[in-house]
Design a protein around this ligand. Structure first.
Ligand code: GRF
Length: 187
């Protein structure tokens, strides 16, 4: 199977997936990375792994549909089976949702439906929860609302700073996401 990874930032989840692909633990090919920013850590990570990168910004298109048509052209050219969102900071629109129905997944750093949207780790920290975690879910038109595929809890210890929680969360993400992707592609 072929996957495309969509990311907007650092790309540590992309890196974790790539590492497991290289090890053969994820039985998929990463066809390309799409980044909706012209500068982002993920672009350098993909380039140094010789994975094609497309980066363009939505505001250079007339509307979201046209922006997504351009993405769709690349998905079709590369015969992509699954779209993996990894820190992609944009809602997916009808164009992609219809073309890739039940084939788009996302990872979110909280136990959804708690703390959807931006800064989920900060939201959890400020709420003072003692358990938060990571969710992998199918993507629908909402913000972090699609059917849940997998979740893993992360405990917040007394005295944990926001950075300490973030570190624990990211460690879990980097293990959980490749595992879920492997299940997805091997179905
Ligand atoms: C992760 O915490 C992910 O759950 C969220 O965005 C962050 C991306 O981090 N959706 P990275 O770019 O993969 O390092």
């Amino acid at each position: 199977k072929k996957i495309a990874v969509f990311a907007s930032g650092n790309g540590s989840n992309f890196q974790a997936i790539l590492d497991q692909v290289k090890l053969g633990a994820v039985d998929a090919e990463i066809g390309f990375v799409f980044c909706d920013k012209l500068k982002a850590g993920v672009i350098e990570r993909a380039k140094s792994a010789n994975i094609p990168v497309f980066s363009f910004v939505q505001k250079d298109f007339e509307n979201k549909a046209q922006f997504e048509e351009e993405i769709l052209t690349h998905l079709r050219d590369h015969q992509i089976d699954f779209v993996i969102l990894a820190g992609y900071m944009r809602l997916i629109g009808d164009t992609l949702l219809q073309a890739y129905e039940n084939k788009i997944v996302n990872i979110h750093p909280s136990l959804l439906p708690a703390f959807p949207g931006k800064d989920a780790i900060g939201q959890a920290y400020r709420a003072g929860v003692k358990v938060t975690g990571v969710t992998v879910h199918y993507v629908d038109a909402g913000m972090d609302t699609g059917p849940i595929i997998a979740q893993q809890a992360v405990e917040v210890a007394y005295g944990d700073t926001e950075d300490m929680i973030a570190e624990k969360i990211h460690k879990v993400e980097h293990l959980l996401y490749p595992k879920v992707i492997q299940e997805l592609v091997s179905k």
